[in-house]
Design a protein around this ligand. Structure first.
Ligand code: NDP
Length: 302
């Protein structure tokens, strides 16, 4: 099987690349700057392309069975000014459009397009349980996810199976956990906001296994929630993190302060989303890390 990954140089992409290579896939990674990403020696082939270079060369898809699209401007790196918001939206929509256009021109089409999305699709939902049938929210991230998903689903008209993976907070060797760990290391860790908001997390190893499972399981179609089956409240997440790191969780960061410092981006940390992975569980996927404490121990004690 040959997989073509967009955004394969990022946090999830690097882990996914390892998962697929160890399962015997041939992997090509499309990157704006493969040299900078240091892909040599990873076992994956690197291909240079960016939206500004024009249409995606159709021959890139020759022999490809699985396309995985994770690419997009980071959501958590910079304050959401208007230009940053446009980059967050446009980078995702334009890359997906380019992929769908290249698929349309193939004589032999790939079997499946797995496109990333986020649980941000649902917007803030308080204590309500969220499944794949919950409608979209109305805030900025919800709109980005809707536009991104809409583009991906256009590949269905070419006969490609499309799976949209609505990813929760991914915990692993980088990303959100790497940032959350720092204050705990210095004994000043604690929940963000009231701590009552639900956090729907997933271990990066389970996420990459879930993506492979969706690629290989022809019954899976449409949106799939990629979150562990046991979401937790922010305060419980921080208590467990403190326990696993041998540090107290006692110093809350007030919501108003996050709003002042991060602006609208603070929504990502303060919004409550209690997401359940109904669809993938019904298809028989087994989580290796369904429980937060085990997941954190695996990552932190590595
Ligand atoms: P990263 O930011 O680590 O990687 C994203 C990749 O996209 C980069 O390696 C980069 O590849 C490419 N990219 C970045 N900016 C741009 C841009 N402006 N234009 C085109 N390509 C760009 O993200 P993650 O691996 O953490 O996440 C992958 C996807 O999953 C993202 O789209 C993210 O929104 C989504 N997601 C992630 C979650 C998480 O907790 N990590 C949660 C929910 C959703 P290169 O530089 O090689 O071109």
């Amino acid at each position: 099987m040959k997989a073509l990954i967009f955004g394969g140089t990022g946090f999830i992409g690097r882990n996914l690349c390892n998962e697929l290579l160890s399962a015997g896939y041939k992997v090509s990674i499309v990157s704006r700057n493969p040299q900078k990403a240091g892909l040599s020696g990873s076992g994956a082939e690197a291909v240079e392309w960016s939206v500004s270079a024009g249409a995606l060369p159709v021959e890139l898809l020759d022999g490809v069975t699985v396309i995985i699209n994770l690419a997009g401007e980071s959501i958590g790196n910079r304050r959401w000014t208007q230009p940053v918001k446009e980059e967050i939206l446009n980078s995702r929509v334009q890359i997906t459009q380019a992929i769908v256009n290249a698929i349309k021109q193939q004589r032999v089409i790939p079997k499946v397009l797995i496109n990333a999305s986020a649980i941000g699709f649902y917007g803030p939902r308080g204590d309500a349980e969220i499944t794949e049938s919950t409608p979209a929210g109305h805030d900025f991230l919800a709109k980005v996810c809707q536009a991104w998903e809409e583009e991906a689903f256009k590949a269905q008209t070419s006969g490609v199976r499309v799976v949209v993976v609505r990813i929760g907070v991914v915990i692993g060797d980088a990303g959100a956990l790497a940032r959350m760990k720092a204050p705990f290391r210095f004994y000043v860790g604690g929940p963000l906001g009231t701590g009552a908001q639900w956090m729907s997390w997933i271990h990066v190893k389970d996420l990459t296994r879930l993506i492979r499972f969706a690629a290989e399981n022809e019954n899976i179609n449409g949106p799939v929630n990629a979150t562990a089956p046991e979401p937790v409240r922010m305060k419980d997440f921080c208590n467990t993190l403190g326990q696993v790191m041998g540090r107290p969780s006692w110093l809350p960061v007030p919501g108003f302060l996050l709003k002042v410092v991060l602006g609208e981006m603070s929504d990502m940390l303060l919004n409550s989303q209690r997401v359940l992975p109904d669809k993938i569980l019904k298809e028989g996927f087994l989580f290796r890390f369904p429980v937060l404490k085990n997941a954190l121990e695996d990552i932190i004690q590595q």
